[in-house]
Design a protein around this ligand. Structure first.
Ligand code: HEM
Length: 300
């Protein structure tokens, strides 16, 4: 398949499903910025990677968002969220972008393009696609069994979904996925309204601080490394790789995250992408979305 065409079709579908908010992201449209620091646990990481990400603490420009292209997504209904991190390591920028899903609905960029296309056509088309796609059937069954509970951004666990490799000094590669897990319980502390996530998070930050632990899961020999629609289940070796501390929040307008493209393939040496084709597809579609929104902002 033509990967550029697939990416542009996918972004077109996002625009058809959600409409376009000029100057803004085509997916994960609603969100805000934060600044923080990543403090690595370098002792735990040394045997697996020489990446600068895990050597010294570094500044972070982050963005928290609602999944989907709706700029008016409700804060007071359970939903899926995203977290983008730009970590300024001594060896250059390192991006991490995650969401709150446990795994991806489909395995390939082509299947995702078809799913999004079906969504532009209505529920009969989505059903027809689902009938033909076992990965989506597995995803839907998993989702239906999950408890739906309103959880603020700061209380949510964010997952890498795609796999990557840690690379040590000798070039030895270890396949990994990871999660950012809230270091302590974070609750809804204000009366929920359609737009209260920012103030809720500010309150929690003021009252007791906000941080996430980065927990890395090492692949077992039979784990699907290049297929994000398959969960790694059962016992795994895990590493506590570091802590992300939030220092301040700001709106997209006032903060520094709006002009960042959280392309998941911007990595510091010592971490490599897996061959999961969704990673390159994400790079391609984020670039299209980024190009459009930057042009629109410039035209205003
Ligand atoms: C082929 C699959 C995917 C496609 C086509 C896609 C598409 C997009 C697009 C178009 C954007 C807006 C980019 C921008 O304007 O800067 C975006 C943002 C985002 N995506 Fe994806 N996405 C995919 C998979 C994923 C996965 C697997 C994750 C999580 C692990 C993810 C997490 C995010 C996050 C967190 C953002 C917002 C980043 C920010 O705040 O700027 N996406 N996605």
């Amino acid at each position: 398949a033509d990967t550029a065409q697939t990416a542009s079709n996918t972004v077109d579908s996002f625009e058809k499903i959600f409409g376009v908010t000029e100057g803004k992201r085509r997916n994960h449209t609603k969100g805000f910025c934060f600044e923080g620091e990543f403090v690595p646990n370098s002792t735990a990481m040394q045997p697996y990677t020489n990446s600068a990400l895990f050597l010294k603490e570094a500044d972070v420009i982050g963005r928290l968002s609602h999944k989907g292209g709706n700029n008016n997504a409700a804060d007071n209904k359970p939903a899926d969220y995203g977290m983008g991190l730009l970590i300024n390591t001594a060896a250059g920028p390192h991006n991490i972008s995650m969401n709150t899903l446990d795994f991806f609905p489909v395995a390939t960029p082509e299947a995702f393009a078809k799913l999004m296309m079906a969504k532009t056509q209505g529920s009969a088309a989505v059903k027809a696609f689902k009938d033909s796609n076992l990965d989506l059937q597995r995803f839907s069954a998993h989702k239906a069994n999950k408890k739906k509970e309103l959880t603020p951004y700061e209380g949510s666990t964010f997952n890498s979904i795609n796999s990557f490799y840690l690379v040590d000094k000798k070039g030895k590669k270890t396949a990994i996925r990871w999660s950012f897990i809230p270091s302590k319980k974070q609750s809804i502390v204000l009366k929920p309204t359609a737009d209260f996530f920012y103030e809720n998070m500010q309150d929690n930050l003021n009252n007791h601080g906000i941080s996430w632990d980065m927990v890395i899961t090492l692949a077992n020999p039979n784990d699907a490394v290049n297929d994000a629609s398959i969960q790694w289940v059962g016992e795994h070796k895990q590493l506590t790789a570091g802590t992300l501390n939030v220092l301040s929040l700001s709106s997209e307008q006032d903060g520094r995250c709006d002009n960042i493209n959280y392309d998941p393939l911007v990595l510091s040496p010592g971490v490599l992408p897996s061959e999961d084709p969704l990673l390159q597809a994400r790079r391609n579609s984020y670039a299209i979305s980024f190009g459009k929104r930057v042009l629109e902002k410039g035209a205003k």
